[in-house]
Ligand binder design. Structure first.
Ligand SMILES: C[S@@+](CC[C@H](N)C(=O)[O-])C[C@H]1O[C@@H](n2cnc3c(N)ncnc32)[C@H](O)[C@@H]1O
Length: 285
C-alpha cells in the first residue's frame, strides 16, 4: 500500500467529492429517521496543509485553494465553507488562513445526530491509528482496520438501514475498477435502497464511460454520474478529472448540485475544454 492521501488532500478530486457528499448528507437529513453512514476507504480524517506531504505537490492550491479565492464560494457552497471555517477559524474571504483540510470521516462525523451511526474502514496500519486519534472517542463512530471492499459486503445492509456508503478507493492498480464493479453490484443486491456514492478518477473519458456503463448495467435503481474534468480527458497517464456514481440519488438532487458544479468548473479548470456534467446512467423506475 503506497498511496497516502496526505499528498493529495484538498485537490480538485477531493473538492468535488466533499461538496457532493455534503449535499447528499443534507438531503438525507431532511427526514428525522436515523442514518447509518459508511466510509469504506476513510484515510486519516483530517489533513495539515502545512505538512511536508501536502506541501510536496501543493495539489490543494489548485483545488480548495482555487475555490476559496473566489468570495462567491461562501454563497454557492455554504456547507463546504462552514466545514472549512469550523476547522480554520482564521480563514478569510480570499482563502488566506487555510491550514487544515477535512477528510470525509471528519465531514461525516460532524453531520451525525444522536441516533445516527458512522462506520469507517481504513487498511493502512498507520493511517487507521491517525484516523482514530483525529476523530477522538465518539460512541456513534466505529473505526475498523479492515479491507473496505470486504467490509462493504459484510456490513450491508447496515442498521439502521437508511443511509449512505461513500466508496473512495485509492485506485493503486487497474484491477480496482473491476473490484469496485463487483462490490457495488453485490451491495446493491443486498441493500437496494442504499444510497451509494462511488468516487473515481477520470483519465481517458471513453474508458471511464465504458466502465460506468458496465457497473450500472444490472443496477435496478436510479443512478447518476457527476463529473468534473479540469482539461480534456484524452490523456490516459494523468488524472484529468473525477466523478461520483450515485445510486439512489435524493429527489431533485441534480437541481441543487448544478450551480455548484458550474462554479467548481470555473474555479478548477486548468485548460480550455474543462467540463462538468450530470449524466443519467439508470433512469428512475
Ligand atoms: C482516496 S483515500 C480516502 C480519502 C477519504 N475518503 C476522504 O475523502 O477524505 C483512499 C484511502 O483508502 C485506503 N485504502 C487503500 N486500500 C484499501 C482497502 N482495500 N480498504 C480500505 N482502505 C484502503 C488508503 O490507505 C487511503 O487512505
Amino acid at each position: 500500500m503506497n498511496y497516502r492521501h496526505a499528498f493529495h488532500a484538498g485537490n480538485f478530486g477531493d473538492v468535488l467529492k466533499h461538496v457532493v457528499l455534503l449535499d447528499l448528507v443534507a438531503a438525507l437529513h431532511r427526514k428525522a429517521a436515523p442514518l447509518h453512514l459508511l466510509d469504506s476507504h476513510a484515510g486519516i480524517g483530517l489533513y495539515d496543509l502545512a505538512s511536508a506531504e501536502a506541501q510536496r505537490g501543493g495539489e490543494y492550491r489548485l483545488g480548495v485553494g482555487a475555490v476559496l479565492s473566489d468570495p462567491a464560494a461562501r454563497r454557492i457552497l455554504p456547507d463546504y465553507l462552514a466545514a472549512l471555517r469550523a476547522l480554520n477559524p482564521e480563514l478569510d474571504d480570499t482563502g488566506a488562513g487555510l491550514r487544515r483540510y477535512p477528510g470525509s470521516p471528519w465531514l461525516l462525523q460532524r453531520s451525525l445526530r444522536t441516533e445516527d451511526r458512522l462506520t469507517l474502514c481504513e487498511l493502512h496500519p498507520e493511517d487507521v491509528q491517525t484516523l482514530k486519534h483525529n476523530l477522538g472517542r465518539d460512541p456513534r463512530v466505529s473505526i475498523h482496520h479492515r479491507d473496505g471492499f470486504e467490509a462493504l459486503r459484510a456490513l450491508t445492509p447496515p442498521m439502521p438501514r437508511r443511509g449512505l456508503a461513500l466508496i473512495d478507493p485509492a485506485f493503486e492498480d487497474e484491477n480496482e475498477f473491476a473490484t469496485l464493479t463487483r462490490t457495488v453490484q453485490a451491495m446493491h443486491r443486498r441493500w437496494a435502497t442504499g444510497l451509494l456514492a462511488i468516487w473515481y478518477p477520470i483519465k481517458d473519458q471513453r474508458e471511464t464511460d465504458r466502465w460506468k456503463r458496465e457497473l450500472a448495467a444490472p443496477i435496478a435503481a436510479a443512478t447518476i454520474a457527476v463529473e468534473l474534468t479540469v482539461r480534456p480527458a484524452r490523456e490516459s497517464r494523468q488524472m484529468n478529472g473525477s466523478g461520483l456514481i450515485i445510486v439512489n440519488p435524493p429527489w431533485q438532487f441534480d437541481d441543487a448540485l448544478r450551480p455548484r458544479l458550474d462554479f467548481l468548473k470555473t474555479r478548477l479548470a486548468r485548460e480550455a475544454g474543462a467540463g462538468a456534467r450530470i449524466e443519467t446512467l439508470v433512469k428512475a423506475a
